[in-house]
Structures are given as C-alpha cells and as structure tokens.
Design a protein around this ligand. Structure first.
Ligand code: FES
Ligand SMILES: [Fe+2]
Length: 340
C-alpha cells in the first residue's frame, strides 16, 4: 500500500495548526534549522542594498556588502534594540536612526557618538549563514544546516538554478491570511484538491488524480503532473521548511509563494511571478499573467480559511491521506520530528 494511504497524520494533531505553543516551538525548533528564502537577489542588487525581513518572528536585515556578498544580520541595534532598517534602503553602512550608531556592511560597529571610553566590544551585529541559489537569498538561523547547494543538487537538473537566477520578478501579489503556514504548504503541495477547489481552472490542465508526489522525501515534497499539450508540465516543490516554488516546463515562468509565518493562524504571503527579463518587463504579458495567478489563489483562499476554522474546532480530525499525498505524509513526519 502506498505510504500516504497508510498515514493518518502521524503524531501531527489539529493543535499543531492552531496553538500558540506549537507555533512558538516551530519558531525555536523548525524554522531555525533549515534554509529560509528571504528575497530575490535582485531585491538587494548592488553594494549597500539593505532589506528588512522577518524569519521565525525575528527581525533580520539582509544586505549586499562592498564585495557583492549577501549577508544577514539581526535587524536589532546593539544599543537599545531598535530595529535598524525598515523596508528597503541603500547606504555604504547601516545606521540606526535613534542615536546614530553605525555598522559597516560586514556588521562591525563602526561608530557610536559620545561613547568615548566606553567598552564597545560585543557590539557587532549578530550574523547568520546566508546563501544565494537560483536568484533567491536564503538564511539559516542556527548555522547548522548542510549547505543549500548540497540539499538542492538532486533537483538542479529540473529546477535549473542558473536559468532561475537570470529571471526577474514580473509581478508580486501581497496578502495577509488567517491560516497556519502548514495549511498553506499542504494546499500548495498537493493537487488532489484540483478536483474540488480548482475544478474549472487547474483541473482541466493538470488533473488532480494524475498528480504524483511519490518522489518526495525528508527534504522536500516534489509534485509532478501529467503533461498538458499546451501548458507543459507543472512542477511543484515545497522544500522544507517552507520554500514553496512551482515552475512550468518547458521553462516559461515560475512562481514563488513567498510566505512569512506570523502566528499559529497568520501568514503574510506574496505570490511572485518570475520570468525571463524581457517577459517580466512586458506590461502586456504581465497584464495577462497576473490575473491568472490571482484567480487560482482566489480559489485557494476560501478552502484554506475554512480549513483553519475547522482545525480550530473540537471536532477537528487529521483524516487519512490519499496516495496522491505521499509528500504531505513525509512533511508531517519531518516537521513533527523537528519540533519534538
Ligand atoms: S537604539 Fe540604535 S543607536 Fe540607539
Ligand atoms: Fe490550490
């Protein structure tokens, strides 16, 4: 019997999707252990480009240093803890607007007014492991994850990171949603629901019953589909903990679900369309593409919202998974194993 059919959700319970304690445990035990995508490389193009992001509820600052290296620091001033950067900025240093402490682009405290004679050792910014892959910038908070390139190497023949690195953001749709990050991941990484939620859209192109996540493992869910004569193949990946990425093959476009978990029942989600530069820069092409992505997501919004409501009920269950959802079985085991 296929793995997914045997799997009833393991030790994952509805409370893992709804409780503050479970979410806090994930912030401590799950998110810091893996590679989390923070932004596209183009968002920090050029020396001194700086961007504020949130990972595992921690304010971080990702920037490009003078040598072109992407670096990530705590976005927290070493004086009175004010966040250093809001949104995006560009400067040859990081300067806190409160009392003007300034750090260089490698995180070293450079100057602090009226601090003569004060010991400022230990006042450099805490730094985190940072890697770029396929034009994405990732962080690993605990510094113990295996190099990202090694994790993703088996997927590179399919995902073609060199090509992805050259693609550009054509559109970005921004949402805030009242559901758990795992509800979003599970919705993204199974196509069983094409038969219900997307019956008039995706189901016609990539029927849910023909989806296959049997090559998923303890690092990612890989979801493949039948090849549609006009639209090609849809490749969907959820690389743990939550790099959600889909691409059409032959390579015309890709989609990144840029998700920031904010609480047990809250995520920020940006749906980002990635295209070859000339397509991303073509307003007519983007005027065609954007409504498609928006329309598909509009079909996912009510099902995810209502799943979260149901999971919060005393009657919530973790029902048996379909053989089409082997990947979800693997993911649940993985996430629970890390948050044990
Ligand atoms: S809090 Fe940053 S300089 Fe005062
Ligand atoms: Fe969906």
């Amino acid at each position: 019997m296929p793995d997914g059919a045997q799997f009833q959700g393991g030790s994952v319970t509805p409370a893992d999707f709804t409780s503050q304690a479970a979410f806090e445990r994930e912030c401590r035990e799950v998110f810091p252990r893996g590679w989390i995508p923070m932004c596209r490389s183009e968002a920090i193009a050029g020396a001194g480009a700086q961007k504020a992001v949130t990972v595992a509820l921690r304010p971080l600052l990702v920037l490009r240093d003078a040598a072109g290296v992407a670096r990530t620091f705590a976005n927290v001033c070493r004086y009175r803890s004010m966040t250093l950067v809001e949104g995006e900025t560009r400067a040859p240093f990081v300067r806190c607007p409160y009392h003007l402490w300034a750090y260089d682009l490698e995180g070293r405290l450079q100057s602090a007014p009226f601090m003569d004679g004060v010991d400022l050792s230990g006042c450099d910014l805490p730094a985190f492991a940072t890697e770029e892959w396929g034009g994405f910038v990732f962080v690993n908070l605990d510094g113990r994850a295996e190099p990202l390139g090694e994790t993703l190497r088996p997927l590179e023949a399919i995902l073609k990171p060199e090509r992805l690195a050259g693609w550009r953001e054509g559109f970005r749709l921004s949402y805030e949603h009242p559901w758990n990050w795992k509800v979003m991941l599970e919705n993204f990484a199974e196509s069983y629901h094409h038969i219900g939620a997307h019956v008039d859209t995706l189901q016609a192109l990539w029927p849910g019953g023909l989806s296959d996540s049997s090559t998923s493992n303890d690092r990612w869910i890989a979801l493949r589909h039948s090849v549609h004569p006009a639209s090609g193949e849809l490749l969907v990946y959820a690389i743990y903990p939550h790099f959600l990425f889909a691409a059409y093959e032959p390579g015309t476009s890709a989609f990144w679900y840029d998700m920031t978990p904010l609480g047990p029942d809250r995520i920020r989600l940006d749906i980002v369309g990635l295209y070859p530069p000339e397509v991303a820069a073509d307003p007519e092409a983007m005027a065609r593409e954007t409504p498609l992505a928006m329309g598909i997501h509009a079909e996912d919004i009510p099902v995810c919202e209502r799943t979260q409501i149901g999971l919060s009920s005393p009657d919530a269950v973790m029902g048996p998974l379909s053989p089409l959802e082997v990947g979800l079985a693997h993911f649940r085991r993985w996430v629970k194993g890390r948050a044990a």
